[in-house]
Write a protein that binds this ligand. Sequence first.
Ligand code: UT7
Length: 333
Amino acid sequence: MPFSKITGLGHYVPENVVSNNQLSNLMDTTDEWITERTGIKERRFFTEGKDTVSNMAARAAKVALERAGKKTEDVDAIIFATLSPDYYFPGAGVLMQRELGISKIPCFDVRSQCAGFLYALSIADQYIKSGMYKTILVAGSEIQSNMLEMSDRGRTMSVIFGDGAGACVVEAHEEKGKGILSTHLHSDGTHAEELLLKLPSSSMFQRGLVDGIKESGEILPYMNGKLVFQYAVKYFMEAINEALEFNNYTQSDVDLLIPHQANARITEYVRKEMNMPPEKVISNIHKYGNTTAASIPIAFTEAWEEGKVKDGDLIALAAFGSGFVWGSVLIRW
Ligand code: UT7
């Protein structure tokens, strides 16, 4: 049976940097509040006419392919994680395929929000282990800034989210004990409405896009921050421990933890629970905010570029988000 491993990582973030102070000119917030409650100092916002969810992912994928020593014609499938596709349909995967000039391979989107990249990685892992494909591009990309309202009403969400993309090449290999060791995924729809963007909704008259909708606020994302926070810290830990137990490891065996970047306080909670030093836990939320499906591949790429990902390292990825969906991936690099 073949095994799978990540052989190349890349990321792309829009050039437009937006600081907390810039946001405080638009709404009732402060750099102090955002820094203290989230750890975010700045984020990237896309440039209309230049950046799209699919072309940002394609730029990240080109870097990942080059680092893997692969050409676009080597790719057998594209799995694209996003909650903000270019179009309602078709999905962003086929647009990325077109952008990369790859023809006729299967391309599809995964809609699992902040855990989207882990869900996509898990699917790639299974395709490779089954022998169906040998080389898969996995991407996570988001443009979220244009769904936020830069006002007092929208401030809780507007200060948190940012835009960006990350991608990796997953390849088949034969070396047992190396590469992706396990993937564990979970969902629970009980609290689906506690973190959501409701409109456009197929269950509403004219998809809810009727006069007065902007004023009602239902066109904006909503989050019950405190509830989401409580579940996030619980399920981050459960997912990591599940992966470690499954592979007969303990928390002290982990060399590098790359969590979804939701809030620096969540990352710090997990770090303390696992008794890990700060240098072994990747945190870049201060630069990008929460980039949802793109956050893990961006953080992973930066960690690799900074030389923090070393041969033989045991690496844990973990994510939690709207759904609720959560999970973990354990890797022996
Ligand atoms: O990636 C998917 C998963 N997402 C998460 O895991 C996020 C989880 N939740 C969080 O990260 C936090 O709950 C937030 C960062 C969203 C909010 O932090 P919080 O410490 O839970 O603040 P809060 O919502 O309880 O608000 C505290 C106060 C409120 O004022 P009062 O009622 O105490 O007077 C808010 O109105 O802060 C106020 N507030 C703000 N003040 C300045 C809310 N947003 C802002 C803002 N600037 N942007």
